[in-house]
Design a protein around this ligand. Structure first.
Ligand code: HEC
Ligand code: HEC
Length: 248
């Protein structure tokens, strides 16, 4: 990688003879405009950062870290985000993963988007920014989550058919006979699986081998074509319609 790209803004200012300008900013109380330090007290380089993702992630290590961080009480969203950003290293791990804590249990208990998906998607967004790759990877992870029996290595797995925490938990409760409040080990394992699957797709994009395979069911596709951007054009969404609506 080009060493210039890796330079932080402060290094740039200094090497361009801008140190005096930096001091001037500080003394006029505009120091806040100078480059700031990240979580580990390190300088944060200019965004975008996609070039810093230059070697494949250790998928199994990401899975382990997701499980571990969840077990430490970080919540599904923070744990998934931190597992991926830790594996990515700098500068990604300079972003405080705590900001993702809000995503737990579908955004502070609202049961909306599964926090593991939310956290993993945020990590993808941090790497790929406003790009087709980000959209394609996140789309694939969400589709995979809906259609896959999870957690992958658990005795009791369930297919959520939905990216919603509410639906995902309820279907696992039905499948396992457990209480929702006993979901800890299940959600920990699922967090690891979601982070790992995301890392896998990221690696494939890096290698140029990524091929999206997740497709909408025929049934939902028919509803979608009329209602989402079709001639009715009165709603949004790629979730399966059947769990919530009867056909007509
Ligand atoms: C051929 C196009 C078409 C398809 C396919 C289609 N819809 Fe509709 N849908 C309509 C139209 C037209 C309306 C009436 C819209 C209006 O009154 O504004 C409607 C109404 C609805 C409504 C509003 C409540 C109601 O029953 O009137 C819901 C909910 C709905 N559709 C869901 C679905 C779902 C779920 C599917 C797939 C199983 C589906 N639609 C497939 C065209 C379609
Ligand atoms: C998680 C549950 C859920 C899913 C999944 C879902 N919907 Fe809905 N949908 C709702 C709710 C709740 C409303 C609001 C209903 C109301 O206000 O009466 C709604 C409203 C609608 C309406 C307007 C209904 C009306 O009476 O005018 C349409 C059309 C619709 N959905 C179509 C779809 C289609 C097509 C899909 C699949 C691509 C889908 N929905 C997936 C829950 C869902």
């Amino acid at each position: 990688m080009d060493s210039k790209k890796r330079m932080s803004r402060r290094e740039f200012l200094v090497s361009a003879g801008g140190a005096a300008a930096g001091l001037a900013l500080a003394s006029t109380g505009l120091g806040a405009l100078a480059p700031s330090a990240g979580a580990a007290g390190r300088e944060i380089p200019e965004y975008p950062w996609v070039e810093y993702f230059d070697k494949p992630l250790d998928v199994e290590k990401v899975r382990e870290m997701g499980v571990q961080f969840f077990s430490e009480g970080q919540g599904c969203c923070e744990a998934a985000f931190r597992a991926i950003t830790t594996a990515l290293g700098e500068p990604f791990n300079l972003i405080p993963a705590e900001m993702m804590n809000f995503g737990k249990a579908g955004v502070v208990g609202w049961g909306s988007l599964c926090g593991a998906l939310n956290g993993a998607a945020a990590a993808v967004g941090l790497v790929f920014g406003r790009s087709q790759q980000a959209t394609a990877i996140i789309n694939e992870v969400v589709g995979w989550y809906c259609q896959t029996a999870l957690p992958l290595n658990a005795e009791v797995k369930s297919v959520s058919d939905s990216p919603l925490c509410h639906v995902s938990i309820s279907r696992w409760v039905k499948a396992s006979g457990m209480k929702a409040s006993q979901r800890g080990p299940r959600c920990g394992a699922l967090t690891g699986d979601v982070a790992a699957q995301t890392a896998l797709y990221m690696n494939e994009v890096l290698a140029g081998t990524f091929v999206p395979v997740i497709a909408m069911s025929e049934e939902t596709k028919a509803c979608y074509d009329c209602h989402v951007g079709g001639f009715v054009d009165d709603t949004i969404g790629k979730m399966d319609c059947a769990p919530c609506h009867e056909g007509h």
